[in-house]
Design a protein around this ligand. Structure first.
Ligand code: SF4
Length: 226
């Protein structure tokens, strides 16, 4: 399918979600896929809202992009931060970088900094959207365009699921969409600064995320089926 046809199908799909599942929102991490969806939503599907989870540990380049999006598209992204009390308790118990010590502590950090804020962000929504693509990780191989999110009791849509990495970059270039400059420095997948590193040529595109863990455990919990 040509890129134009894929774009047109994507616009229709996102518009349909905005119409049929309002209030629906995109959870954006300012990934290059989320930037495609942000561009589509702001131009063609304004009924769909956008939010992000500011973990407090994002790379400087992500905050730069966050500001750039605000300057270019307006105040379209609602920001959710961790609860101060829970965060202070986590850091007091495990230390600021306790997530390196074990998968359990890493998941607890993701719980405080991402999952709890996500729950708050979705508390008044009827559906949510992601920029996940099937080819990104072994943990995403069996994802569907529309899934039932048991945890949040609502549908979750993955409208970019079958887009290739090339499709995404072709869109970014064609429509001059801003993107995270870390992508130019060997970071195909970008999360929190201490948990993301650049990868070498030939490595799996998710190899730079939680690189000290096994591929099967490398999800923050945002996109794991209940
Ligand atoms: S990615 Fe790392 S720093 Fe970010 S919330 Fe998860 S464990 Fe914490």
């Amino acid at each position: 399918m040509s890129l134009q046809k894929k774009i047109s199908a994507l616009c229709s799909s996102v518009q349909d979600i905005g119409r049929d599942y309002a209030p629906a929102a995109l959870a954006s991490s300012f990934s290059v896929e989320d930037m495609v969806l942000t561009d589509i939503i702001t131009k063609h599907a304004r009924k769909v809202e956008i939010f992000t989870l500011d973990t407090g540990r994002l790379p400087e380049a992500t905050y730069t992009l966050m500001q750039q999006v605000r300057d270019q598209y307006g105040d379209v992204v609602q920001i959710f931060a961790p609860d101060c009390g829970s965060l202070a308790e986590f850091v007091a118990t495990y230390g600021p970088n306790g997530f390196y010590k074990s998968v359990e502590q890493r998941k607890q950090c993701c719980q405080v900094r991402k999952l709890a804020p996500l729950k708050r962000a979705l508390s008044n929504k009827s559906a949510w959207l992601t920029g996940l693509r099937r080819e990104q990780a072994v943990t995403r191989a069996d994802m569907q365009h529309k899934e039932w999110d048991e945890l949040h009791a609502m549908p979750k849509f993955n409208p970019l699921l079958d887009w290739t990495e090339q499709d995404v970059w072709d869109y970014i270039k064609e429509f001059d969409v801003p993107y995270n400059t870390l992508h130019n420095e060997g970071y195909p997948s970008i999360g929190c600064a201490p948990c993301t590193r650049a990868i070498s040529k030939g490595e799996d595109i998710r190899a730079g995320r939680w690189w000290w863990e096994n591929p099967e455990t490398k999800e923050c919990g945002l996109h794991v089926k209940s």
